[in-house]
Ligand binder design. Structure first.
Ligand code: SF4
Length: 444
């Protein structure tokens, strides 16, 4: 029996595990699965497994998976152990030193099956990401915890069951703060429309009323994406959707923005990250503040809600940038569009990150903090690090007390004003409908 474990996938059913289950079923290999974000690890499954594979697409997931190693070794001391996902690849050397036998990343699920079939011998060794198109199958979700265990869509005061799928994997772009280019090197792979529709249909049958497309960027293949949405809307006219797309991709097809609304897209996540030209250049985001403003205006005209994400704290962020950010949020009436955790995100620099090629980081970067799985860095201005820490604490308090985001925003704005000794301009915000959101805030 092959045991597949998932640690944390942003509050949704793990797609790559569902895909691996589909491939294992096709190969007639028995598998068990546990999603440890909603289930407790069952040691008897560890002891019974002939092969254990842990999916670790996120930094948080990898840290949780590493913390399980002593338990796994205790209950399954001789069982071969695979870690798979972007962050596992970036931390390969450390994981191999901790008793993990093999790291898989990229389009790796078929390779996982061939190890399960013992077609390939599994001696511990470094490996490269798999960058060949996978023969995708329909993800198999019957063995996964029910959709009701995961984040729901919150809309107009009610909560709806949400499903999750992917129409492509990898990414064409090279944003330096993102783990995907470090693994995919600018490549992406589309999943056929028929398979995605089958996966969505299966989740609708399980009660999903909303589908999140978790593609790193849904518009890497824009024609594939829009034609998929058109067909899904034709077959499931009441279904709603959200996806993530970068500013330049959304701006490339402004004529699609009103159509997206008609097709049931109720919000789009877009990684704005910063307003500062310096920061945007270091992160190679390939957009500007002017383009962000242009997109906000076009989305507003189309009635399309955007949920921007940010990386406010970087080594190049100034206190002035934070004042600019909070002013901008006020000015464009975005308080409701942004999960408060976004105001406190601090740049993560894992091993293998493209950021390590940025010379300007050298003086402020500490040695690799192996167990934290990152390179610690200090801002040249200690006041900025202090501000980041104060905002993180205040955001955590707001989350614990289930405070309304606008109250958290006001408290954070006061902290920024205090730190920068600058009064942030208030704007009279237009009355707005609450923006739909998933009940689990995004962070990795
Ligand atoms: S566009 Fe998004 S997924 Fe692609 S490299 Fe940039 S941040 Fe990563």
């Amino acid at each position: 029996v092959i045991l597949l474990l998932s640690c944390y996938e942003l509050g949704h059913q793990p797609h790559s595990i569902a895909l691996a289950l589909g491939l294992l079923q096709q190969a007639q290999l028995p598998a068990t699965v546990q999603d440890l974000s909603v289930e407790t690890l069952n040691p008897s499954l560890l002891a019974a497994a002939q092969l254990i594979a842990i999916s670790t697409p996120m930094h948080t997931a990898l840290r949780l998976a590493v913390s399980l190693l002593p338990t796994i070794k205790q209950h399954a001391p001789n069982t071969k152990l695979i870690f798979w996902g972007h962050y596992a690849q970036l931390n390969e050397a450390y994981l191999l030193s901790q008793g993990v036998d093999l790291i898989l990343s990229g389009e790796a699920e078929a390779q996982l099956v061939s190890f399960a079939l013992a077609e390939e011998s599994m001696t511990p060794r470094p490996s490269l990401p798999v960058l060949q198109k996978l023969s995708f199958v329909t993800p198999q979700r019957d063995q996964l915890p029910a959709l009701s265990k995961y984040a729901r869509l919150s809309i107009n005061g009610e909560e709806r069951l949400a499903g999750y799928t992917e129409a492509s994997r990898g990414c064409l772009h090279h944003c330096t703060h993102c783990p995907i280019p470090a693994v995919y090197g600018g490549r992406f792979f589309v999943i056929s429309q028929a398979l995605v529709i089958q996966d969505v249909a299966n989740q609708v049958r399980l009660g999903a009323q909303h589908i999140t497309f978790g593609d790193p960027d849904f518009f890497n293949g824009p024609k594939h994406a829009i034609s998929l949405l058109r067909e899904l809307h034709r077959q499931f006219p009441r279904l709603t959707f959200d996806f993530t797309a970068k500013v330049e991709h959304l701006l490339r097809h402004p004529e699609w923005l009103p159509e997206l609304v008609e097709l049931g897209v109720i919000f789009v996540v877009s990684a704005f990250e910063s307003l500062s030209p310096t920061v945007l250049t270091h992160l190679k985001k390939n957009h500007t503040r002017t383009q962000i403003e242009q997109l906000l205006s076009l989305a507003d005209q189309a009635g399309l809600a955007l949920r921007p994400t940010w990386v406010p704290f970087t080594p190049w962020t100034s206190l002035y940038d934070m004042v600019e950010l909070f002013t901008f949020i006020e000015q464009f009436s975005l308080i409701q569009n942004i999960d408060p955790i976004q105001y406190s995100i601090r740049l993560l620099i894992p091993p293998g990150s493209l950021l390590l090629q940025d010379e300007s980081l050298r003086p402020i970067l500490g040695p690799l903090a192996q167990e934290a799985l990152l390179y610690p860095w200090q801002h040249p201005d200690p006041a900025v690090d202090q501000l980041a820490s104060s905002l993180q604490q205040r955001v955590a308090f707001g989350a614990e007390t289930e405070e309304h985001p606008s109250q958290t925003f006001a408290a954070l704005r006061a902290i920024v004003e205090d730190a920068s000794q600058t009064k942030i301009t208030r704007y009279v915000s237009r009355p707005k409908q609450p923006i739909p959101r998933l009940t689990e805030a995004w962070f990795c």
